[in-house]
Ligand binder design. Structure first.
Ligand SMILES: [Zn+2]
Length: 71
């Protein structure tokens, strides 16, 4: 997978995360301070965050390889 592909994937996941966060904000239980600790949408958001982090690490690793000659 190229860096461009990975970045497109990250963008897609960020959009999904935004949509989920909007939904999460409208849930009555999430108005409480610790409401999101048990909310299903928040679990999905955390799963997406992990995926994004994995992809970003891959992007960084690829960028590191590309920039090896410079510097
Ligand atoms: Zn929530």
């Amino acid at each position: 997978m190229s860096i461009d592909d990975l970045e497109a994937e990250v963008d897609k996941l960020l959009d999904e995360m935004d949509a989920l966060q909007e939904k999460c904000d409208t849930l009555p239980q999430c108005e409480k301070d610790d409401g999101c600790a048990t909310c299903e949408i928040n679990k999905q958001i955390e799963a997406l965050e992990e995926k994004i982090e994995t992809l970003e690490n891959k992007i960084e690793a690829l960028m590191g390889e590309e920039e090896e000659d410079e510097d």
